[in-house]
Design a protein around this ligand. Structure first.
Ligand SMILES: NC(=O)c1ccc[n+]([C@@H]2O[C@H](COP(=O)([O-])OP(=O)(O)OC[C@H]3O[C@@H](n4cnc5c(N)ncnc54)[C@H](O)[C@@H]3O)[C@@H](O)[C@H]2O)c1
Length: 247
């Protein structure tokens, strides 16, 4: 009998993390839902329990011990770890040029988006080594592939996520742990609902496809990267952006 696979998803209470968690559950993965938003995470857990097996664990990715504990709780319940989508993230303050980016914003965005991803990797990998391999998808952005004016901290963090992805992919390839980064364009999630109208209009105008992406379109790529058919794909930064970075 083949063993049921287990996935760990951060940022599972909302947006891309939530969509990927839904896709993992639909595919039959026992899914560990991690988020610092406990109320939102428990709501998603209640909804997804109707379709499959999942467990919400409170987790602040900025805190190494919290990540370690969240993964340990999930692995204690489900026995192994095969896949992870490290999606928790923030975009931080908008609209300030680099010299005006506050130190507070810089540190907060780097701590959650980059160091948070590192915390996830360092606690996911040991469990995957025990499971005989696995697939990790880190959430970067098109801002990890191109400059993003007035988003210096976010842009630096998301470029960093790609470097971290490549280093880990090289290190663990022989152990059958694959590590990729996904680079979404502008996707219709709560993160963008806070943007001012002018910025949102300019993002839509710059979209070759003339629309925002859908969370399910990112989730489908995450699932593909975690499955056997992607067994030779590792160390890549994969844009899912309706051709935005093709310019
Ligand atoms: N939406 C987009 O257009 C877009 C584009 C490119 C990349 N991304 C990236 O996708 C990821 C998900 O974004 P989204 O659009 O779903 O945003 P979202 O705001 O809808 O969801 C983010 C989730 O992460 C959680 N979170 C934030 N900080 C956390 C922390 N310290 N610990 C644990 N959980 C935390 C939030 O509670 C929330 O549930 C982020 O890394 C973001 O940078 C989003």
């Amino acid at each position: 009998m083949t063993q049921r696979k287990v996935a760990f998803v951060t940022g599972a209470a909302s947006g891309l993390g939530r969509a990927a968690a839904e896709a993992f559950v639909a595919k039959g993965y026992a899914t560990i839902l991690a988020d610092r938003d406990e109320a939102g995470g428990r709501k998603v857990e209640a909804l997804l329990r109707e379709q499959g097996d999942c467990l919400f664990v409170p987790c602040d990715v900025a805190n190494d011990a919290s990540v370690k504990d969240a993964i340990a709780q999930g692995v204690e319940k489900y026995g192994r770890l095969d896949a992870a989508f490290n999606a928790a993230g923030i975009d931080g303050e908008h609209g300030r040029m680099t010299a005006d980016c506050t130190l507070e914003n810089w540190q907060r965005v780097l701590q959650i988006d980059l160091t948070g991803t590192f915390h996830c990797l360092r606690h996911e990998i040991p469990h995957m080594l025990k499971s005989g391999g696995g697939s990790i998808v880190n959430c970067s952005s098109v801002a990890g592939l191109r400059g993003a004016p007035t988003f210096a901290a976010y842009c630096a963090a998301k470029h960093g996520v790609i470097g971290l992805t490549k280093a880990a992919a090289l290190e663990y390839a022989r152990e059958k742990i694959r590590v990729n980064a996904i680079c979404p364009g502008t996707i219709d999630t709560p993160m963008n609902q806070g943007l001012d109208e002018e910025l949102l209009r300019s993002l839509l105008e710059s979209s070759p496809a003339g629309r925002l992406g859908l969370p399910e379109e990112i989730a489908a790529t995450v699932l593909f990267l975690c499955e056997e058919q992607a067994a030779f794909i590792s160390g890549q930064a994969i844009a899912v952006d309706g051709a935005w970075t093709a310019r």
